[in-house]
Design a protein around this ligand. Sequence first.
Ligand code: NAG
Ligand code: NAG
Length: 463
Amino acid sequence: MAANYPREKQPLQGSQDSAPIPPRQRHRCAKYWALLLLVLGCWSMLSLLPEDGPDEASSPSPAAELEACAWSHLERHAPLLDVPPIPRSEFLRRQATLAAALEAAGVDAFIAEPSASTAYYANVSSSFDLSERPFLVVIDRHGQFTTLVPKFEEGRIAKLEMVYDTRTTITWGEEESPYDPLVRTAGLSKVMVDEHARYMIVAGLQKAGVEVVPMSDAVQSLRSVKTDAEIAILKGMNAFTLELVRSLQKCIQVGATQEAVVDAAQGLFTRAGVGEGYWSIVLFGHQAAYPHGGESGRTLQDGEFVLIDIGSILHGYGSDVTRTILPVGATVSDDLMGIWRTVHAAQSAAFERMNVNETCSDVDAASRAVVEKAGFGPFFTHRLGHGLGLEMHEPPYLNGANSHKLKAGEVATNEPGIYVTTEQAGLVGKKIGFGVRLEDPILVTETGGVPLTVRRAQSPWDP
Ligand SMILES: *[C@@H]1O[C@H](CO)[C@@H](O)[C@H](O)[C@H]1NC(C)=O
Ligand SMILES: *[C@@H]1O[C@H](CO)[C@@H](O)[C@H](O)[C@H]1NC(C)=O
């Protein structure tokens, strides 16, 4: 999805420059000189043009135009992203909290491969490539930090900006089982293995004579309950992401292409310094009948909604915001507006229930009841939402089967939707399919839910 031109260098307006107009010459000699200069001038101008030809150089792409327009609205919101990363002291505190939880559970150590868990406890990114040779982060019940490292990878792993107080490094050579030196040196007999670790890690530990237990709810909730530093990052990033969508809404026009919106959004995140991690789902009209889309290559028609589900990453933490919008001055049928309001009401019903001790399945049911009452029950095809943090989808999950009770500090998306394909449209008295979804990540607090986007949608024109 990378744009195919350097953004900083792309002219925002058609270049008005043209070949120098030679002054009218009377002197013969001067005339020749002028002609020569003109030829040289034209030649040098031509050689500066990109190979695609003069048209592309003089008029900006629709994506660049959309991006420039949206940035004029968005730029003043960029300071929302001025939030510090997680400090070293917090990583150490997390390790101490984990150690206490292990002690309480009667487990010797917690073992993880590079994953959201190592990002959380040790600042080892989940993007560190896994290979068949295990690299493990081990935190024991006394808070001792150990890594198990393939001998020949020691240098590369030492370069990671891992956070620990003191560290023991156990290396293993190509001719031995990695688990034997770990179990021997760290003195492990019962361990808790992270939910993202591969089965080969569990099997290897068991073969080395260690009892393995799965990650407990107590340990899982250490990461799902966010700290103040995490909340600040999530709030800055999600509030900025909503402003980005709002800036696009002010600039998208009927006739826009999906690709232009996708590229413009990437450019906007990039201008704000958070382009890495960018993803988006942009759907026009009936394309939105599938929650995650699938079809591409459409031009926006009058009477169609634009569904934008979008996010990126700040300091490892994601944003995830969906709005179903209309361009300034555009409209949809009363039926479709009714659908939008039903989804909004469903989101409100769930929002009112996102309180401490509320059961996840009840929150999901509250939003579903609104959609069912409006006669669209079968078309709300997915769970209400998911946790958001270092992972784009993580506990707590708001679905009909989850008996987890919400805790203060947890964050979950509230994202009801109604999706009717063109094949199903006859069932609801329509000819063409559609999809509407609204999504805000909500922080659970003692005094109720708080949208991390800061404000929920008001209408398709005021997202
Ligand atoms: C965590 O790692 C990142 C690089 O991935 C680094 O920029 C940051 O300073 C590290 N944090 C700490 C507290 O060391
Ligand atoms: C939530 O439930 C716990 C345990 O039952 C209770 O101690 C706490 O007061 C409850 N909190 C709220 C806000 O209802």
